[in-house]
Design a protein. Structure first.
Lengths: 314, 314
């Protein structure tokens, strides 16, 4: 059952990277509700039959396609596009990979790895991982943004002031996102849908999964936002927090190194306790564990903590 | 009603800073349950009658006293002290301050500020803040640690490998904390109790509140921990997440600057929307809002998000 919508943009209408000269697929009035067909982040290079050899052979010129762009009537620089995210129609297929050179512990995990997920798209029951793992699902769009003002083609990888590859796991159904407009019409696109991800996306990939998204685009004149902001309609972790967390800490003067230390210790803990390969623990951390900044004021040492939900391996 | 315990260490037995030459107050066997009387972080320099002038006059040589130290029999370097946190007996009095030179936005908030809290210690009902604010409470100990191996007196301010001023808001009742031992006996102390705090403790103070803590000290031989870790017995945010969150983002190449940008934007949002002074919004963010690392892999831009629970100002 799908929320009624005014328009559908099919997956064939995708682009790679951000460039405000890409012609819009469609022009819509504020208040329009649109369904977007989103490809997975590999752009269909990986399928349910893929093996780890396909990770090594990925064509990075074809990763992270986004569906769009949509021109929102009346949107001008200084305004904000308000995106009300209604629902996701997941596909049931997903993948998580360790891609060499990419990820928080890229120096420690130098070989490609791949996990193929086959989850129940109707029930969204926790997805199985090895003999013990059950990962609660919460679909969202990893990449959601507008075209930047600066001319030319910009890589899709980094997020920017206009959004993009933000990988914020709470941009799920019910959330309202505000994106700063830098060009006429905003030029909205979306993709990189995920069935689950923790805060940080530490191995560099989530449960990468094609799915359809229904959302409404509205216009807020002269919002003058510095960066994106959003509102969640309710709790954000109750689907996985019931049994609490295992938590590791990284203490030191640099938040990035603190995050690396916290995640590395959790990988070691899970691998030792559950007899899994370190790279499997690392990928599992990416799809369900959260990086939090516990304190950032007790000079000169900050603490980044990594929270792994105990329900996943209970 | 207090959990039964084997020993009580009164607040008079406190020390300032960490130094493994400070004689232990008590020697206990593993498995001992102990009640600690903890002073507030000002060491009683601030009271319910204090004004902002008292913040400016704080003697920093007397801040953050910790109660202890306790010598745990059999603890040796390489072991871990396991701390099972049973319960807190809060006092009902608390304070939150902006202390010049201290806090994530110290450059923007250069004047002292003080809020005195008067909360219901029996019910732990949300504490009132101005005309609209209601802050859910969850007591924990901000400073909990062992003596470092390195000789001499070490400032209490930064946390270290042996713990200390970690300000991790989930070291609450029900949590089990593991601390690496660096000296014989571990030399455990605790203090800096908080009635509430968000992840980050962004203004530098929480709801600073004297209270008693009951905990059990156990010994894990040859744990060989790199840094502290802990387990929570259940969910960690359900006391405040019911109505969801307002979220601001900081996008860029540096996590610290990203955190600053996210918090500054939330301060602006709350101040504008609720008509409060910016410094009051900043202190409110510190006691209930959370810094999370949304993504740390989409080179070269990371995202730090600041989550403010909507229930507080609903």
């Amino acid at each position: 059952m799908c929320k009624s919508h005014d328009h559908t943009i099919h997956g064939a209408h995708h682009h790679f990277g951000w460039d405000h000269s890409i012609p819009p697929v469609m022009t819509v009035a504020p208040g329009s509700t649109i369904e977007f067909e989103c490809l997975d982040a590999s752009g269909r290079q990986l399928t349910g039959d893929s093996t780890v050899a396909d990770v090594a052979g990925l064509d990075f010129g074809r990763v992270n396609p986004v569906t769009g762009p949509v021109f929102l009537e009346g949107a001008e620089p200084g305004d904000a596009v308000k995106v009300t995210i209604h629902e996701f129609s997941p596909s049931g297929f997903g993948w998580t990979a360790n891609i060499p050179g990419f990820g928080l512990l890229a120096d420690q995990f130098t070989e490609p790895a791949l996990h193929i997920w086959d989850y129940d798209a109707a029930s969204l029951a926790p997805a199985l991982y090895g003999p013990d793992g059950k990962v609660p699902l919460k679909p969202f769009a990893g990449t959601i943004g507008l075209a930047p003002a600066e001319p030319g083609l910009h890589s899709v990888v980094p997020p920017r002031r206009v959004g993009g590859n933000m990988d914020i796991r709470d941009l799920a159904a019910g959330s309202e996102l505000y994106l700063p407009v830098e060009v006429a019409g905003g030029l909205f696109s979306i993709g990189d849908t995920h069935a689950a991800q923790g805060d940080g996306e530490v191995c560099g990939t989530a449960i990468e999964s094609p799915m359809n998204v229904v959302l409404t685009l509205d216009l807020v004149k002269q919002a003058n936002l510095k960066m994106p902001r959003f509102t969640t309609s309710g709790p954000v972790t109750r689907h996985l927090d019931e049994k609490g967390y295992e938590v590791t800490t990284g203490i030191g003067t640099d938040l990035f190194e603190g995050a690396r230390a916290a995640v590395a210790q959790m990988v070691d803990l899970l691998a030792a306790r559950h007899g899994m390969a370190a790279v499997d623990a690392y990928m599992l951390c990416s799809v369900c564990g959260d990086l939090r900044i516990s304190e950032i004021v007790d000079q000169p040492n900050w603490i980044v903590s990594f929270y792994f939900p105990r329900i996943v391996l209970d």
